[in-house]
Ligand binder design. Structure first.
Ligand code: ATP
Ligand code: MG
Length: 559
């Protein structure tokens, strides 16, 4: 049995499987992903997308994309476009089922009329403070509004007048008439319509009353005949209201099931706070590679497969928890290991001269692009008398167990020869500035007849062939694992001032002269990188995705 099949069912799958046995023929798994277009999608949404589309796929069902666009003032078509782009990029397809809650405004209005006619909704003239006051507290029952017992006729006239624009914002609301003493605060005559004289990104000025979330979301589920409305735990207390509307309106019985939000350490997933980072310039935009947005993760070099695998690994929980960011990094490392070409980049170059190599002579050495993937082929690397190696691979006075280069040490150059160091010079600050070696012509990689045993292998780039460019290295955007979880401290105070480090002196091998968008590489011995859209001909820009190994434990101890 494959590991996939062995994996036990999560609690949502258990519910579905038991339903499949008891529901009538024609019952199908129909889910929806319901973003509010008021920001870019983030890692938490990615989780929800994978869950909704994944479950439907597993049971041969369907998933709708529904924009929950009932709040005219915060929503924008820029967000609609970015959301669609991100979901497609993740690899999911809603086919022709792209819906907007705003398309249902007329039907939702009709539902409200139906409630009024049944004596289950009323227009209230109280202002929002008074309504909040009358709502009571979890331990103190609410108080019924003086307007609660208006006649059906009067309510119908007033609600029509609300729609016709005869009142100012806040002058009246429509409330469901349920139970002011219910222990569930959401059932204490919730507001279902409010007046807002504001243009909407789709309906323009057609409406000046807008349904509240609870009156739009569930009813939209019913209109679309969604069978499983999967949402995050904060809506658990809304479920009785969700079910009350279905019962009283006699509409399609969608079922709401709550699961725990995804929280990832050192990341924030509040759209409002992410917007603040963008608007106040803490990051370069929604797609800044340090952002936990899908656009940011993509620019950072995360792949769709790595995010889907991550969502799968995290699983579905019933209780809130915190996932270590190292798990996200593990997922991308695992994926890039399979697909990234190995190339040589010297981050901090120091010149090395091979004294017994003929002046002006060059040779092409064969290098495999990815040992994990034989189909990735090979490329040729120019090699000559002068090469760069990384300063970090040199020590003036190395300890015995140091396998890199130092005076009188022998190492292999990757894909090339074994060299022996016999001299070096330093600059006025005492740093090595040039290294002199000899090479063993019979030690060429792949046909080594030298019999010399070496422990260290260094990467390098030929000096006259070296390209220049920019490397952007990233650290955590926040220094605290849960920056939004401190009552006494603003999340902005945990911003890491050193989250971006730009390296301009690196030397690149020639295959990196011509960069193609969104190409992933493993820079040997450094980590995984991706080309950034800021790249220009002759000036490649690379984003560091993740290091080669999990250095998390170390990092956490340092902090
Ligand atoms: P808002 O505060 O703007 O409502 P939101 O995070 O709820 O923010 P929505 O656009 O309403 O954003 O979310 C769309 C869907 O994604 C919802 O079903 C929501 O439950 C789900 N979702 C949002 N954040 C997470 C998260 N961290 N983990 C899992 N699912 C999430
Ligand atoms: Mg929401």
């Amino acid at each position: 049995m494959s590991s996939e099949a062995q994996k036990s069912l999560n609690f949502i799958e258990e519910i579905i499987e038991s339903d499949l046995n008891s529901k009538p023929d024609g019952w199908k798994v129909h889910t929806r992903f319901p973003p509010e277009p008021n920001g870019y999608l983030h890692i938490g949404h990615a989780k929800s997308i994978c869950l909704n589309f994944g479950i439907a796929e597993k049971y041969g069902g369907l998933t709708n994309l529904r924009f929950d666009d009932t709040n005219p003032t915060t929503e924008d078509t820029e967000y609609v476009d970015s959301i669609k782009k991100d979901i497609r990029w993740l690899g999911f397809d809603w086919e022709d089922r792209e819906y907007y809650a705003s398309d249902y405004f007329e039907r939702l209005y009709g539902f409200a009329i139906k409630l009024i006619e049944k004596g289950l909704a009323y227009v209230d003239d109280s202002d929002s403070d008074a309504i909040a006051e009358m709502r009571g507290t979890p331990t103190r029952p609410g108080i019924e509004s003086d307007y609660r017992n208006r006649s059906v006729e009067e309510n119908l006239i007033l609600f029509a007048a609300m729609r016709a624009g005869e009142f100012a914002d806040g002058e009246k609301v429509l409330r469901a008439k349920i139970d002011m003493s219910s222990p569930n605060m959401h059932l204490r005559d919730p507001v279902i319509y409010r007046i807002k004289h504001a243009g909407h990104h789709r309906t323009g000025n057609e409406w000046c009353i807008y349904p509240m979330y609870d009156f739009a979301h569930g009813q939209s589920d019913s209109i679309e005949e969604i069978t499983y409305s999967l949402c995050t735990l904060e809506f658990e207390n809304h479920r009785p209201l969700y079910d009350w509307f279905i019962e009283k309106l006699e509409i399609f019985p969608s079922r709401q099931i709550e699961f725990a939000r995804l929280n990832v350490s050192h990341m924030i997933t509040s759209k409002r706070k992410l917007l603040k980072l963008v608007e106040e310039g803490y990051v370069s935009g929604w797609d800044d590679p340090r952002m936990p947005t899908i656009a940011g993760l993509r620019r950072r070099g995360y792949t769709p497969a790595s995010l889907r695998n991550f969502a799968d690994r995290v699983g579905i929980a019933k209780r809130d928890n915190l996932i270590e960011m190292s798990l996200l990094e593990f997922s991308v490392r695992e994926d890039l290991n399979k697909r990234a070409s190995r190339v040589m980049v010297v981050r901090n170059p120091v010149k090395l001269v091979i004294e017994n190599y003929p002046d002006g002579q060059f040779e092409d050495l064969e290098a495999d692009n990815n040992p994990e993937d034989p189909s990735s082929g090979k490329r040729m690397l120019p090699f000559g008398k002068e090469i760069y190696i990384d300063r970090k691979d040199w020590m003036d006075d190395p300890p015995r167990k140091y396998f890199r280069l130092g005076p009188d040490r022998t190492v292999r150059l990757k894909h090339a020869y074994i060299i022996h160091c016999h001299n070096h010079v330093k600059d006025e600050d005492g740093n090595v500035s040039e290294i002199y070696c000899t090479y063993y012509p019979n030690s060429k990689s792949g046909s080594d007849e030298s019999g010399i045993k070496v422990k260290g292998t260094l990467h390098w780039v030929s000096v006259p062939h070296a390209g220049k460019g920019e490397i952007r290295e990233y650290d955590l955007l926040f220094t605290d694992p849960e920056p939004t979880n401190h009552e006494d401290q603003d999340f902005l105070s945990f911003i890491n001032p050193e989250s971006l480090n730009v390296v301009n002196e690196a030397a690149f091998e020639p295959s990196l002269y011509e960069v193609t968008p969104e190409t992933h590489y493993q820079f040997l011995r450094m980590g995984y990188f991706v080309t950034d859209p800021d790249s220009k001909p002759g000036h490649p820009v690379f984003n560091m995705v993740v290091g080669l190994r999990d250095t998390w434990g170390k990092k956490m101890r340092k902090k």
